[in-house]
Design a protein around this ligand. Structure first.
Ligand code: PGA
Length: 243
C-alpha cells in the first residue's frame, strides 16, 4: 500500500500513528527502528504521544537496523546515541530491551550471528520501520546486496558516505563500514513501514516500487513482501507512474 501525504510533518505524524497503534495492539511486541533524517519527526511525535497520552513502551522490545563500525555506542554520531537522543531517553523503554548492535565487536561474525539469534528469540519483528537511501539502499544494504543477505559488515557506497556527511563535522569522519541487518533479515518482519520524503528520494522510490526486483536496487526487495506500507510526501512520490 502506498500512501502519499502533503509534507514531511504529515508523513511523520502518520508513521507515528501506525507505530503507536502497533505498540497498543502488541505492547510486548517487537519494533524494528531506523535512523537518519527521515524518522526524526515520527520519533518526536511518539515522544509526544508518550508524554500526553501515556503511550507505554515499558514492555516493548526494539532492534535497530544498523550501526557504523568503529564508533563506540557513546560516540555522538553513533546510531546508538541517535536513538537515545531522539527517542529512548524520552520514553519509558527499558534499556535492556532497546537493541542497537555495537560498532565495536571483537568478532563481527559472531556478533552478527548473535544479533540474528536475538531477533528470532524475541519472536521476530512485528513492524519494521525503514528509510530509503538516494541510491535505493535499505538499512545499509547497498546496491549489489543479495536479497537473501543476513546481518553482516558491509562497505558503504560512496553516495551514502556523501549523503551522511551532513551529520558529521567533516566528510572524512564518516565511517566507511557498518553492520547492517540483511535484506533477508528485514523481509522476515511481519510488516514493513517505509518512509521517504523530498525530491532527492523520488527516483529511488520510483525504481524501488515500480522497477524490476534486483539487487542493484535493494529496496525493490520490498515488492516481495506481502505487508508493506509506504508513506511518501508529494515530492518523494513525484516520479511514480501509478499514484
Ligand atoms: P535519511 O536516510 O533518512 O537520512 O534520508 C535514509 C536512509 O539512508 O535509509
Amino acid at each position: 500500500m502506498v500512501e502519499v501525504l502533503a509534507d514531511y510533518q504529515l508523513v511523520s505524524n502518520r508513521a507515528a500513528g501506525i507505530i503507536a497503534d502497533q505498540i497498543r495492539a502488541t505492547p510486548r511486541g517487537v519494533i524494528g527502528l531506523a535512523t537518519g533524517g527521515t524518522p526524526v519527526g515520527a520519533y518526536d511525535r511518539l515522544v509526544a504521544l508518550h508524554q500526553t497520552q501515556g503511550l507505554d513502551f515499558s514492555n516493548l522490545t526494539t532492534f535497530n537496523l544498523d550501526e557504523y563500525v568503529g564508533l563506540s555506542p557513546d560516540h555522538p554520531q553513533s546510531y546508538h546515541s541517535f536513538m537515545w537522543q531522539h527517542l529512548f531517553s524520552h520514553v519509558n523503554i527499558r534499556a535492556s530491551h532497546a537493541h542497537v548492535v555495537s560498532g565495536l565487536a571483537h568478532d563481527f561474525d559472531q556478533a552478527c550471528a548473535e544479533w540474528e539469534h536475538r531477533i528470532e528469540a524475541s519472536g521476530g519483528i512485528d513492524l519494521q520501520i525503514l528509510g530509503i537511501g538516494s541510491n535505493g539502499h535499505i538499512a545499509f544494504n547497498e546496491p549489489g546486496s543479495t536479497l537473501t543477505s543476513r546481518t553482516r559488515v558491509v562497505e558503504l557506497a560512496e553516495r551514502t558516505v556523501q549523503d551522511n556527511a551532513r551529520f558529521f563535522d567533516r566528510p572524512d569522519e564518516v565511517p566507511r563500514t557498518a553492520v547492517t541487518m540483511g535484506i533477508g533479515t528485514i523481509l522476515e518482519a511481519r510488516r514493513l513501514l517505509l518512509m521517504a520524503t523530498g525530491d532527492h528520494k523520488a527516483h529511488a522510490v520510483a525504481v524501488a516500487l515500480e522497477g524490476p526486483v534486483t539487487s542493484d536496487v535493494p529496496a525493490s526487495a520490498l515488492q516481495r513482501h506481502a505487508n508493506v506500507h509506504v508513506l511518501l510526501d508529494t515530492a518523494a512520490a513525484s516520479q511514480l507512474n501509478s499514484v
